[in-house]
Design a binder for this molecule. Sequence first.
Ligand code: FA5
Length: 335
Amino acid sequence: MHDTLKKIQQETLHRLTTISSQAELESLEIAVLGRKGSLAAAMRQITDLPVSERPRAGQLANQVKQEITRAIVAASKRFARGAEQVPVIDVTWPGAAYPLGHIHPITQFVNEIVDIFSGMGFSVVEGTEVETAEYNFDLLNIPKNHPARDLWDTYYIEKNLLLRTHTSPVQLRAMTKLKAPVRIIAPGRVFRHEATDAGHESMFYQCEGLVIDKHISVAHLIGTLDQLLKAVYGKQVKTRVRPEYYPFVEPGLDVDMQCLICNGVGCSVCKQRGWLEMLGSGMVHPQVLKNMGVDPEKYSGFAFGLGIDRLMMLKHGINDIRLSYSGDLRFLEQF
Ligand code: FA5
């Protein structure tokens, strides 16, 4: 009897480890503890034992019954908990919205600038970010050891290879393939070893412009830039033009715009001046025209280099240029 009862206990406990549903559990319970179950059958046989053995067998049968009952109750809790965890799937519920990326605000702004210039008949050319000293400086009238090289804090890769400090070399590169007259722009990244602040980055975007034709004058240059600023800001903005020295133009002009962040009062972006330098420009120097293979007796031209980041900052009221490249989604998601 002892062996029979122990066998029923072991087999039942083992079965309990393998069953996987409440229904299986219930049929096991009936098969073992039910009125016609294996344990009940074994207990009925106790009456066939000698009287002296019956108390011990009865005691053991009760222990086995209790043990099996406890195990069944524990297993049923397991299934009840599992049932609660079954996820409810409502197929009519709207799907989860996955975050989508979008074009970087600077690229969006470059595209806008390209559209505006396309409307004025300009075509787009591209240059490389790694440039030779010859194109970045020499051919732009800035020979070796000329103090004007100090205007641009340059990252050199090798003695004559550098990260371009401005988009001006693209003018020269484009003119190796194009012939006057031309109307081109060249947007792209430039690099300078700068101490960064709210208005200065060490990597930023410029957009070079070059127009070469007969009878081109400063009036065309200022008219073009006026048109650009009106199109970008959708309103007349306050600008001022002042003379500036760039070795590759003669005369050279800088265009400042009244700071739209502080409305000319003074802030960290405009360094408390109320004005922000937006671009350098001028009439292409005759020597640079010659370096481009253009006859300065027949043609004249103007060039400019827009500070894309600063134009974009004033458009959107951004008060720190470094936000654009911070990778901070709280900033980027606003565009
Ligand atoms: C130049 O880079 C000249 N190549 C522009 C030029 C082109 C002049 C053609 C004449 C003819 P400049 O260093 O001033 O010039 O830079 C042009 C513009 O880039 C500035 O007006 C400013 O808007 C922007 N800029 C300059 N340095 C930074 C900087 N560190 N961070 C952000 N923008 C800058």
